[in-house]
Structure formats: C-alpha cells, structure tokens
Design a protein around this ligand. Sequence first.
Ligand code: ACO
Length: 335
Amino acid sequence: MTGSRRTHIIGVGGYLPRRVVTNAELAERVDTSDQWIVERTGIRQRHLAADGERTSDLAAAAARQALEVAGVTIDDIDALVVATTTPDLIFPSTAAIVQSKLGGAGFPAWDIQAVCAGFVYGLAQLDAMMRAGMFRRVLLIGAETMSRILNWDDRATCVLFGDGAGAVVLEQRAEAGGVIGSVLHGDGAHRDLLKAQYGSDVPRDRPDFHTDAAGVAAIAMRGNEVFRVAVKSLGAVVGEVLAAHNLTESDVDWLVPHQANLRIINAIAKRLTLPEERVAITVGIHANTSAASVPLALAHLHQQGRLQRDQLLLLESFGAGFVWGANLVRWSLGE
Ligand code: ACO
C-alpha cells in the first residue's frame, strides 16, 4: 500500500504586502540606479510588509488562499509547516502562530529553516512523511519578511530582497503523479559567504555583529562568490533529479526556479534547453523572497492559468549555508 501513496498539490496560494517599492525609490536612499539593478538582477520592484505586518500574517493569508483553491478548511489539515528564515520570534515557531491565526489546533506544526531552499526542503520532507503514511493533508507555507533583516544602507543587499508568502495544500492520494521525487544538498563550508547574524553566534559585546542603524541583525553577502556556486550547484542538481527518475530535459514543461537573480535563472534554463516561456519568472516583480519565492512563483503561474494538469514541473532553490535542492512534480490541479 505504501508504494502507491503519492503526494499531490491540491491547492496553491500567494500573498504580497500592499506596498510596492521600485528601484527608483531605493535609489533615493542608497547609491544605486534602476539600470544597475535591472541589468545585474532583473529586479524592478519588490513588495514590503507594513509596520506590524509579521511573517505569520503573510503566511496565514497565503494559506487561506491555498485552502480555498483546494476546497478544504483548516479542520481538514493534519500538519502545518512554515519554511522561513525570518520567523516572528525565535520561539514559538511561526508555524504554531499561523496555526492559531488560522483557527487550527491539535495537529503538529513546525518551522523549517533552510533559508531560500526552505520550500524545496519542506516539500521533500513532507513528501517522505506522507508516503510513509504519517499525514493525509498538509499545509506547506514559505513566508518571509526579508525587509526586517536588511541593512537599508547596504546597496549590495538591500536592492535584492522582498517580502511575501506562498502556500500549497498537499494531499496523499493512491493515484499516479504529484511529487515524483526530490534531491537535497548542503555544504556548510560556505557558511560565511551569506549570513544574517543572530542567536548564539552573537557575543555579548557584539564585535562583528552586522547591524543596520536601528541595531537590527542584517544580511551580509559576498554576492559574486554566492553567484558562482549557485549557478554550478543548481545546474548539477536539476540534472541529478531528472536522472534519478529516468527523465530528461525534454520532459520538463516548467522550470520553477528560486527567484534570486534573472541571470542565475537564465543559466539554469539554458542548461535545461528550456525556452523563456517555459520558465516561471517573478524576480522582476517580487525580488528575492527567500523561502516564499518558489511557492509564490507557483501561485503566480496558477493564477494566470498557465499550468495544466499532468505537466512536469522542476522546482529548484539555493540558499545560505549553502543548502540547495530540486523537486520534480506532476501538476495535479485543473482539467
Ligand atoms: N548599485 C550599484 N552598484 C552596486 C550595487 C548597487 N545596488 N551593489 C553593488 N554594486 C557595485 C559593487 O560595489 C561593485 O563595485 P566595484 O566594482 O566598484 O567594487 C560592482 O557593483 C560589482 O559588484 P558585484 O558584487 O561584483 O556585482 P555582481 O555582478 O556580482 O552582482 C549580485 C551582484 C546581484 C548580488 C550578484 O552577485 C548575485 O545575484 N549574487 C547571488 C545572490 C544569490 O543568489 N543569493 C542566494 C540566495 S539568498 C539567501 O539565501 C538569503
């Protein structure tokens, strides 16, 4: 019986805070330009959470939409996972807070911290648990308020990120399709190339604690080095997940990549010989929303009616650590 269980995506949703910040607006604060940002990253704008709007609020909004698309309620859910690197608090988990905001109780709720790869990691983890029969219906959410951990005076990083949330409802069905398989990797040797210091790493006198003017923990990144490893690692993992399931580049209908940089996305699309119309590209309008970027891109494609049932989707992501991975999914929604 276990062999026939498959994890299907039966609902998808997204939420973006109302406030849109253009490159031109950022250029009023730091020494940058719309031209530099567009040429180097493809980013034109990002959404930023309002004061008082928390990661859990974004997550709950995306989850409500995914539940509605799935035609189920929070009472039909038996586990809830939030992938985030910008939790509301160190504890309790953002998942526990979202559970309560959605009016759920009783079922397990936990966070996954794999930075930008959080959703891809979460889908792999939950697929394994659901195939093993632990859960029947699960909410997986990627949600971030990156704006809260950015140094708004550092032009090298503040232009890259945005806030948002994406969510999927996963259902175990004895039916072919759904999540075909996943491959995950990590290499902590690169841990200093991209980080946001907080927690036990921060000494009491904070000698090299990266903070912005308000004293908030901020992202520090050696972008050029991150870029090179990201292209190499993602190029390899997309080949690996296809080969593991006896599939080839020509079987892929959609590449749904992490939305960090258009140049990285284009490099992976080229590696897969996929034309632009088969690639989900939201980095221009959402910027890098870390763990939210892949589910937000899925929600965007779904809302535009561009995904068809049984199409093969290749999801991939890469984040600080480094951690990276890919999932192969047959789309289960629609006709
Ligand atoms: N505006 C104008 N100039 C800038 C800006 C800016 N916003 N930012 C940097 N520059 C300058 C630099 O100071 C540098 O100037 P110099 O030559 O005088 O020293 C020059 O532009 C080139 O800087 P590079 O860092 O070499 O620029 P690069 O072409 O590498 O682009 C970028 C930078 C966009 C950050 C790129 O390296 C990148 O996308 N890296 C990968 C990011 C990523 O994928 N992260 C992973 C996920 S994130 C996560 O896990 C949280």
